[in-house]
Each structure stands twice: as structure tokens, then as C-alpha cells.
Design a protein around this ligand. Sequence first.
Ligand SMILES: [Zn+2]
Ligand SMILES: [Zn+2]
Length: 394
Amino acid sequence: MAVQWVLVCHGLVTLLVVVSFLCGQWPIFQGTPIQRIHSFLTFGAYDYFLRFVGIVFGAKGTNAILSVEYFCCDRPNPILQVLYLAILGGTYFLIAKSSFSYIPGYYLSGIHRYTSLLAVGVGILLFLLTSFSDPGTVKAENVSHYLSAYRYDNIIYSEKECSTCKIPKPARSKHCSVCDRCVARFDHHCGWMNNCIGERNTRYFMAFLLWHFLICAYGTVALVLVLVGRAKELRVTYILTVYYGVESSFFDLAPHVVRWLLSSYNTQILLMVFLAIVSLLLLGFFGYHAKLCLTNTTTNETFKWQEYMNWQEKLNEARASAAALKASLNGMSSERKKPPESKWKALFRKSPLQDADLVVKKNMYDKGFIQNLSEIIFPLSTRPSFSQNKSKPH
Ligand SMILES: [Zn+2]
Ligand SMILES: [Zn+2]
């Protein structure tokens, strides 16, 4: 049974590290060990490493590391693109090598040898499409088109000029410091794609996420069916009950079957656990972005809205305390004239702080699910109505 526990621990540790690394900054993990592991993995460990290099190799060593960091994180580079292709290719190769000999099997027909290849091929195609498509670069030649497609809401976007590109900044655009260009309806810069995700390629990015979730789920289910099929073909339960005298109940058989699987098919089980974890992460990531798309908000705007709401809340609080102070000063001067308020009434009287206006997010770009979705699939700047707009003077 020791091998089983090692595998369970391996799965749990992998899950903890991956979830902490990718999702540790989410508000739900605030103050938990997951957030601490996240900050260690993202900044802490690197900080210690830099200090260590500084002590051992001096300033030269630190500078060398910083220039590598600059190349890897602050400039466009294909490191993560190559890593993605290596992970996808490596996983497919391992599955083919370890499991294709069992296809066709008891539950899977021979067609899955080809459909799996097709699925991976489409995945790579979507990756290339997202990586090499124009995210909606704003240039001097097309800035007027984007300005007419994206109006300022005067809440989180107001008329501004990009200090680097020296052109007006259309609403919802942002200057990507990695790619050094302004991008319309900027969502985020994606290291894996080595490209920005913006107005024109959010659709490919979403298709990429959904498709990769489906591939991973397909792989997980296919591997489960390969293993269950093997158990059926080799008549494992029959042998265990007849030759080994194991009781023919699920709880009696399960530990023996699991032990047999772990000793004979550990590669498939590791691949299955890996694919299941990645598919869940991809589903979460897709769900998060789908919610943003359906409410016509970008990742970049979620930060802007958060900033705006915090600022408004502080403003309201300040206003409410000023009002409370004024009321108490007035109260002091008129206290003697008024009969004393009953304690019961005072208890239920609203605090002046509660009178503060509730801060609401007025996202004028949110035009309802269907319209929002159609803006993702047919970006505003690619529409014929928009091409007509561009010739109109503003
Ligand atoms: Zn710019
Ligand atoms: Zn970028």
C-alpha cells in the first residue's frame, strides 16, 4: 500500500503547488497558506535567490540574473510558447507510447487513435491563431477607427494620450509594456502566447481555453476507459474472486484492483491525474474569462473598477463622517431644547455611515449577454458599420 500513499501525496502536493501558483492571489485565498505559498513561489523564492547570488557572486551576478529576468519577463520571447508545445507534445507522446497498444480495447474503438491526434492538431492551430493574430494594435493610421468604436465612459476611461506612442488612447485600450504598443480592448499580455489578448483575438483565446479543457477531459476519460477495459479483458475481478478468494463486493475488491493498477499501469495513472488537474484548472480559467466576456469587462478593467470602487467607498465614508460630525455638533447645541431620545429608538436609528450612497459599477460597455458575446465573436472594429464610421469626421 506504500506506493498508493506516495502517489496520493504526489497528487496532493502537485495540486497544492499548481493551485497556489496560479490562483493564490485570488481574494478567496487571502490570509490562507495558499496565498503564502503563492507569494513565496512568485516573489519570495526569487528574492532569496537574488540575495544569495548577490552574496556569492556580487553585483555582477545580480546584474546577470536581472538581465535574464528582463529578457524573460519584460520583453517578448518564445520561452513559454516552446514550453507549451513541449508539454502538449510530451503528454501526447507519453499517452501514445503507454496506451495506444490498448486501443482498440474493450471500451474504446480504434478511431480514438486518430481523433486524439486531430484534437491535439486543432489545439495547436488555436494556439498559433491566438499567438500570431493581431490583438488589435492601435496605430496612428487606425486610431480614429478605434476612437469611434470605443467611446469614453468618463468613469474609468477619459480622453488621454499614450505617452509612448504619442497617439490618442481609445477607451478600453492599454499600452502593453512588453510588446511596446497600444492594444484595443486590452485584456492582458499572455506569456504563453507571447502576445497580447485584445479586441481581435479574445475569441481565439477563449476557443483555445475551451478546447484545451475539452482535450484534457477527453484524455482523462479515455485513460479511465483504457484501464477499466484492461481490467475487463484480463478478467481481474474474476481471478481475484475465484483464485484468490476475495469477497465479491466493491469494498473488498477495490483495494486489490487499485494495487494491481498501480503496479501495472502507473504511467497511465500519473497521466490521468495530471490531465484531470489541468482540465479543472482550465475550466476555472475559462469560466472566469467567460464571465468577463458575458459582462463585457476585460481583466485590465477589473483592476480599474476595483480601484474606482475603493476610491468611491473612501470618498463616501469621508462624506458620511463629515455629515456625522456636523450632526453631532448641531445636536450638542440643540440638546437642551429636545426631549431625550428613547434608548430603544436610538438603537434602531441608522448610523450616518449607513446613509452613505452605495457604490455601484456602471459599466456602459455591458450591453447584455447576447450583444456582449457578439462583440467577442465579431469585434466592433471589424464590423461594416464601424468601417463607415471611420470616414465620418468626429
Ligand atoms: Zn501606446
Ligand atoms: Zn503584450
